[in-house]
Design a protein around this ligand. Structure first.
Ligand SMILES: Nc1nc2c(ncn2[C@@H]2O[C@H](COP(=O)(O)OP(=O)(O)O)[C@@H](O)[C@H]2O)c(=O)[nH]1
Ligand SMILES: [Mg+2]
Length: 482
């Protein structure tokens, strides 16, 4: 055991040192932060940077715990053509206004440079170390586009219509399906009709995603999260009922749609995977498990499916055109259940177990080679504290926080100013109970305002409080700070 540790350490140090010595430049890690909408990407990234630049309490992040992390500072990012993550604005909202940052639907990037003292003599001899951490925040919905690359327009149309006609989606899809039924694929191409169809198709996809009993997401990902391409022709298409029609007939509706579908693949999907995804070294996938649990068994099953699809995209070896492009490969993936501060700490391990159960099958199927995969429950920003509340002679482990205005519990509405103790309920001990029986779990999920930050006597704000953010950092970065 001891031997393995030493060898591992030496290997890591040598790798870090040689990169520094031969590259003549600062080593870089590209970390992808992804997850479906509202999973907590923006809050996670803001909290990560705030804690590293404000001396956060990170006892399980060894570089910090052992005092080797000298400083962390924001620096200009390497890619000039990518929007910068608006860290300052998000932190101002969180810290000064106690508001959650507003949601974003595009990719952004931020560079954090970490100065550290190496733990090993060998490495120290070369000089103290620096590491660029380039963080890329992108919508998980975009990963769901990968399977489109191997489909023709005809295949995709057939599959998408079949899915829409399924029992759980038929209701949302009715208006779109009806319009599709009225379109002859060999009719003359018409921009107005294309727009109308794309609009109805988008409405349907969005309805599936906001359905409170489901979290399902289907491609095309940009129809849900358009980024900067909203309203461009590459996003103005829809499946059609082709029947036996030849979509290649020039000037036809089918031909127009097919052309745009192919444009979407070549101008949207491929560039994203080539320019961003394929360059990542590490990845954290944030998952809002609690909201799914709250919505019921159907939503949990949908979430499991979506996670399986997301995970499939990390299996680069099998998708041949992409594997040719990959110069680096993702060697660590962390799945994190977010917003754990909605539960008492005795349930944090249970939340972890549930997420572990949700990704287990997908991980097994993916058969990762040389990739460490880990699962964690965390709160990037802890909006609550804990207390024991006695109710009818029973002591209940509770959480205290300021519910957002408009939230209510048992008919009591909150104004966003009042602190309240809430008994959130317990997760089951056995994650199988949730998965197999389809049994609904009672968690009381109230949205809280961000916490009020204490200031030191000198007026400095302290770092944002969190739950297990240090464990996430240790897994994602620890080995590179040796
Ligand atoms: N209590 C709590 N709420 C969180 C946390 N992270 C995210 N949230 C909530 O989830 C919402 C969505 O988070 P956001 O980071 O914007 O999600 P994104 O769409 O993945 O970027 C926020 O507005 C908060 O209400 C957390 O650590 N604790
Ligand atoms: Mg965001």
């Amino acid at each position: 055991m001891q031997l393995t540790t030493i060898t591992d350490e030496t290997r890591l140090v040598l790798a870090n040192v040689s990169e520094r010595a031969t590259g003549m430049m600062t080593p870089t890690i590209r970390l992808g932060v992804t997850g479906l909408a509202r999973a907590g990407k923006t809050v996670f990234l803001a909290a990560l940077v705030h804690n590293l630049t404000h001396g956060g309490r990170l006892p399980l992040f060894k570089a910090v715990a052992t005092g080797r992390l000298a400083a962390a500072r924001l620096e200009p990012q390497p890619d000039d053509d990518v929007p910068r993550f608006d860290y300052e604005r998000h932190v101002q909202a969180l810290v000064d206004e106690r508001l959650w940052p507003d949601s974003t639907s595009r990719l952004s990037e931020l560079r954090l440079t970490i100065a550290y003292e190496s733990a090993s003599f060998l490495s120290r001899a070369i000089g103290s170390g620096e590491l660029h951490l380039d963080i890329v925040d992108y919508p998980g919905e975009w990963l769901l586009d990968l399977p489109l690359l191997s489909k023709s327009y005809a295949e995709w149309s057939r599959a998408a219509i079949a899915v829409a006609e399924g029992p759980s989606r038929r209701g949302h899809a009715a208006a779109w399906l009806e319009r599709v039924a009225a379109i002859a694929p060999d009719a003359a191409e018409d921009e107005t009709v294309a727009r109308e169809l794309a609009g109805l198709f988008t409405d349907y996809l969005k309805a599936c995603r906001t359905d409170e009993h489901a979290v399902s997401t289907q491609p095309p990902g940009r129809f849900l999260m358009p980024g900067d391409l909203d309203r461009s022709p590459a996003l103005t298409f829809s499946p059609l009922r082709l029947g036996g029609a030849d979509s290649r007939r020039g000037g036809s509706m089918a031909r127009m749609m097919e052309r745009r579908f192919e444009s979407y693949k070549s101008h949207v999907v491929r560039p994203f995977f080539r320019d961003h995804f394929a360059r990542l070294d590490r990845q954290i996938v944030l998952v809002d498990v609690l909201s799914a649990l709250n919505a019921g068994a159907g939503a949990v099953a949908d979430l499991e499916r979506a996670l399986g699809d997301i995970l499939a995209s990390f299996r680069l070896g099998r998708t041949n055109w992409l594997s040719g492009l990959v110069t680096r490969r993702i060697d660590r993936i962390l799945f994190a259940a977010t917003k754990a501060d909605h539960l008492h700490h005795r349930d944090h391990d249970r939340l972890e177990a549930i997420l572990g159960r949700l990704v287990a099958r997908a991980i097994e199927r993916a058969k990762f080679v040389g990739t460490y995969v880990n699962v964690l429950a965390l709160a990037s920003v802890r909006a609550t504290r804990e207390a024991s509340v006695t109710h009818a002679g029973e002591t209940l482990p509770s959480i205290i926080g300021t519910p957002l205005p408009g939230e209510s519990v048992d008919g009591r509405a909150f104004d966003g100013k009042t602190e309240t103790a809430i008994f959130p309920g317990d997760l089951p001990d056995d994650p199988e109970a949730m998965a197999s029986g389809g049994e609904d779990i009672e968690v009381r999920f109230v949205r809280f305002r961000p916490p009020k930050l204490e200031r030191t006597a000198e007026g400095l704000t302290l770092s944002l409080p969190h739950v297990r953010l240090d464990r996430a950092l240790e897994f994602l970065l620890g080995d590179r700070l040796w």
